[in-house]
Design a protein around this ligand. Structure first.
Ligand code: PMP
Length: 396
């Protein structure tokens, strides 16, 4: 079937929860995708920061193929070697002591919320349950994570939301301090807001947040679902800010494109999740955790973090060049390959035109072009994208 035929059939059978672009990807390799008509696209979206190693990285593919032939699923009643290996890799490369595995970012955040509440209640008393999050944050689409999310458009229609979430402005330590009450148990933040428009906080912000947590016996939860796994040029984005959380959530890029989520915590907290407290049938299954081990090893062993940092600086420089030529770009910001270009107009038209010209871009928060290409992207691909974007900007 060609693209048009797929789109017609999809319009009939798929729920319309996404405003989908007219693209039917059927194959991917590195920074490129091919559609059902054989047209090639340069991918600067990477599944929204999922395909950090590019599409179908050979080591991830090999791990999936080998594991699929051996064992795809059994049960978390047993010990899963690939799950144990991935947990060890993540703990050895972070502040954390233990991992809980699930299947998505929202589920990882659900686990974090439940652990924070259980720990705080049992340790400090039943009145401790509130979690402070940020306005414009995004934490997922399940009921608890919708309640945690600081965006009305995500929450409307789904009342009543879960009780016990308080939203304060991001990058404002004073607002956070004032929001703390005897009911507060945790502060949950993205190190860089993704869906909120690629918002990078001041260097001092997280040091103050950590201090507020320490002064009030609060847990600090970092949602690294979008910015973790090398996206910013470090394995975890919070490393840039010199603070460590008590809990961290990961998903998207953790298994090279396979669906996975994890919630990592220090031992003092992890011990509050005993048998029967939380679970997930598919969480940490052999297939995805084998892919996760391959993905993390590749990122750590093949210089991908340094490359992401360098090529990110190059891309920011090129975007700054476009900003000087085209006043419609008002700001370029980001760390590593988590980059946003704020526009003075909605960005939808630019994304549509780029797609027609074979480049996948994305707009978030209405007017922020988000550049989250595979971390393996080279100067050649950056130049190709910048050339096409410059052509579009010259037309509008
Ligand atoms: N947290 C953040 C910061 C995210 O960006 C996302 C996804 N955009 C999620 C959570 C939810 O992840 P998932 O879609 O895998 O549930």
């Amino acid at each position: 079937m060609n693209s048009q035929q797929w789109i017609a059939k999809g319009d009939k059978y798929i729920m319309k929860t996404y405003g989908r672009y007219p693209l039917v990807p059927v194959r991917g390799e590195g920074c490129y995708l091919w559609d059902a008509d054989g047209k090639r696209y340069l991918d600067f979206l990477a599944g929204v920061a999922v395909n950090n190693l590019g599409h179908c990285h050979p080591k991830v593919v090999a791990a999936l193929q080998k594991q699929a032939a051996e064992l795809i699923h059994c049960s978390n009643y047993y010990h899963i070697p690939t799950q144990i290996e991935l947990a060890e890799l993540l703990c050895n490369n972070s502040f954390a002591d233990r991992a809980f595995f699930c299947n998505s970012g929202a589920e990882a955040n659900e686990a974090a919320i439940k652990l924070a509440r259980k720990y705080s209640r049992e340790k400090f008393g039943p009145e401790r349950y509130q979690i402070i999050t940020a306005i414009s944050s995004f934490h997922g689409r399940t009921m608890a994570t919708v309640s945690a999310t600081g965006q009305e458009k995500v929450q409307k229609f789904f009342d009543p939301l879960l009780h016990g979430f308080v939203h304060v402005p991001f990058n404002d330590a004073d607002a956070l301090r004032q929001a703390v009450t005897p009911a507060t148990c945790a502060i949950m933040l993205e190190p860089i807001q993704g869906e909120g428009g690629v918002v990078v906080p001041d260097a001092e912000y997280f040091r103050q947040v950590r201090q507020i947590c320490d002064d009030n016996n609060l847990l600090l939860i970092f949602d690294e679902v979008q910015v973790g796994i090398g996206r910013t040029g470090k394995l975890f984005a919070h490393e840039h800010f010199g603070v460590t959380p008590d809990i961290m959530t990961l998903a998207k890029a953790l298994a090279g494109g396979a669906p996975i989520g994890t919630m990592l915590a220090k031992e003092e907290l992890a011990e509050f999740f005993g048998p029967g407290t939380h679970g997930s049938t598919f969480g940490g299954n052999p297939l995805v955790t084998a892919a996760g081990v391959a993905a993390i090893r590749t990122i750590l062993e093949e210089g991908i973090l340094n490359h992401a940092e360098e090529i990110g600086e190059y891309l920011v420089g090129e975007l700054e060049g476009l900003k000087r030529k085209f006043p419609v770009i008002t700001e370029v910001r980001g760390i590593g390959l988590m980059i946003g270009a704020e526009l003075s107009i909605p960005g939808g038209e630019i994304v549509k035109k780029a797609l027609e010209r074979g480049v996948l871009l994305n707009v978030t928060h209405d007017s922020v072009l988000r550049f989250v290409p595979p971390l393996i992207v080279g100067k050649k691909e950056v130049d190709e994208m910048i050339g096409i974007l410059a052509g579009i900007l010259a037309e509008i």
